[in-house]
Ligand binder design. Structure first.
Ligand code: HEC
Ligand code: HEC
Ligand code: HEC
Ligand code: HEC
Length: 362
């Protein structure tokens, strides 16, 4: 029985053994990768390779903190302070549900274990020590800023202005910021991927043993980013928190579905047992596959077709972690290409699928 409950002839027999073998080969792979790229960092490197999701890694040594954005982005900062991403810093550790999860997992206090911190907090290295400095903050979504801060707003030297910048320079500036680790919303996929790396909760033990929710099942990028999370002051020179136009909303909607599909495949790939985590993740992936199918019926786009083909090529079964992860890689690549090239004016047939503003998370 495949994990998503659809018909199929998958067998769960010997899955334990296969999973063990697979974990072992991941371990070996991690050791080899570490040995090749960072021979001196030893066990630390191994632990990172095995336990952290590259998508949500926010290197504490490169985190500058939200206050470092305030000088130029004060209004964005004020908007962020109205969200649960900001509030979780003060609220989470007081919640009985949170304490119960930590107890079941046998972890130390909520702010002192890698698991909770990875998704609920921002960690910054200050004088050799790592501190929890905020909840989910600017850099959780836009990437740790140390290496890109000076690049992302450089119009071409101190005297250069936004108005005087050529299209080529703008393109180069965006590309160099992305190369330096910025999840620049000029490519919406880079930010959507962050949302979903947290909002699919891809951690089997956290869900099955800890009793954490198996991801935000109602997540949908337009409605979850265009309510209280929205902070578009740049495009209005600070006068207004701008709404997106219909063409932008369509692109965002499709990017959200595709990035969710990718992340749900990744979560399903991590499942080792037929229990809440694996079943919920596979059902989510199946639902998104259907959504992307519906989208493909309405519009004709080569990147949507590529992602759909990759998703349809892999049954959502327990013992196919490597194949599911490979399909997720293809879906991610197609999503990035879509986000870069899509023309929202051509996606008008999708309007009936988009959430209406009354559904936006306030
Ligand atoms: C010294 C001023 C300054 C600081 C500090 C600063 N920014 Fe910016 N930021 C800008 C300017 C100017 C732009 C507009 C660039 C443009 O015209 O494309 C911008 C653009 C952005 C964008 C939008 C990029 C795009 O193409 O849509 C993001 C996201 C962003 N900044 C995030 C941050 C974050 C996060 C921080 C803190 C870690 C930060 N910025 C700190 C000046 C700054
Ligand atoms: C992979 C990311 C991820 C990890 C790791 C994670 N969480 Fe969460 N957590 C989330 C997300 C996303 C939500 C919002 C869920 C939703 O939309 O229902 C959440 C919600 C919660 C809630 C409910 C909050 C509320 O408002 O009632 C609690 C409690 C919680 N998490 C505790 C923990 C604890 C304790 C840990 C560490 C053992 C942890 N979480 C680790 C992503 C994560
Ligand atoms: C680093 C992990 C992380 C990232 C990245 C992230 N979130 Fe969240 N988000 C959370 C957690 C954790 C909560 C729940 C906080 C709580 O209630 O304590 C949450 C809560 C929310 C909520 C409130 C949910 C509700 O029930 O109303 C919205 C909306 C939301 N996130 C949207 C987004 C969007 C959109 C993105 C990407 C643009 C995003 N998030 C990126 C971790 C994350
Ligand atoms: C939950 C994830 C998340 C967090 C936290 C977050 N952003 Fe963003 N940011 C986004 C997304 C998604 C977009 C693109 C949104 C859109 O087009 O509507 C964006 C867009 C921007 C832009 C471009 C806005 C424009 O007018 O074009 C700037 C600047 C920016 N963010 C700065 C910041 C700063 C500074 C912080 C912290 C105070 C921050 N962001 C926190 C997800 C996030």
């Amino acid at each position: 029985m495949p994990l998503d409950g659809k018909r199929g002839n998958g067998s769960l027999k010997e899955v334990g053994l296969k999973v063990m073998q697979r974990n072992l080969s991941y371990l070996l792979e991690a050791v080899m990768v570490c040995w090749l790229v960072a021979p001196s960092s030893g066990m630390k490197c191994l632990a990172e390779e095995v336990t952290e999701h590259p998508e949500i890694r926010c290197d504490p040594a490169n985190v500058l903190g939200a206050e470092s954005c305030a000088k130029c982005h004060e209004k964005e900062l004020n908007q962020w302070k109205l969200t649960p991403h900001y509030a979780t810093f003060e609220t989470l550790h007081r919640k009985p549900e949170a304490k119960a999860i930590v107890e079941k997992l046998g972890l130390k206090s909520i702010k002192r274990n890698d698991t909770c911190v990875g998704c609920h907090y921002t960690r910054q290295q200050v004088d050799e020590r790592e501190r929890i400095v905020a909840g989910v903050s600017c850099e959780s979504c836009h990437g740790a800023a140390k290496d890109w801060l000076a690049l992302h707003n450089d119009y071409g030297g101190p005297a250069a202005t936004k108005e005087g910048e050529s299209a080529e320079h703008r393109q180069e500036r965006i590309e160099s910021s992305v190369a330096a680790g910025m999840n620049n919303p000029a490519n919406l996929y880079l930010v959507a991927r962050q949302c979903l790396a947290c909002h699919t909760t891809p951690n089997e033990e956290l869900v099955n043993v800890g009793g954490h929710t198996a991801g935000s099942l109602e997540f949908e990028l337009v409605s979850w980013s265009q309510g209280m999370v929205r902070h578009n002051f740049l495009r209005t020179n600070g006068t207004d928190n701008a709404s997106l136009n219909p063409a932008q909303l369509r692109v965002m909607y499709v990017v959200g579905v595709m990035a969710d599909l990718e992340a749900s495949f990744r979560a399903t790939a991590k499942a080792t047992a037929k229990a809440t985590f694996g079943i919920t993740s596979a059902q989510r992936a199946a639902r998104l596959k259907q959504k992307l199918y519906d989208i493909d019926q309405l519009v004709d786009d080569p990147n949507i077709k590529r992602a759909l083909a990759a998703a349809l090529s892999e049954p959502l079964k327990l013992d196919r972690g490597e194949e599911l992860a490979a399909a997720a890689d293809l879906i991610g690549q197609a999503t990035s290409d879509f986000a870069k090239s899509a023309n929202g004016d051509e996606l008008a047939p999708l309007d009936s699928l988009l959430p209406t503003p009354d559904k936006y998370r306030k």
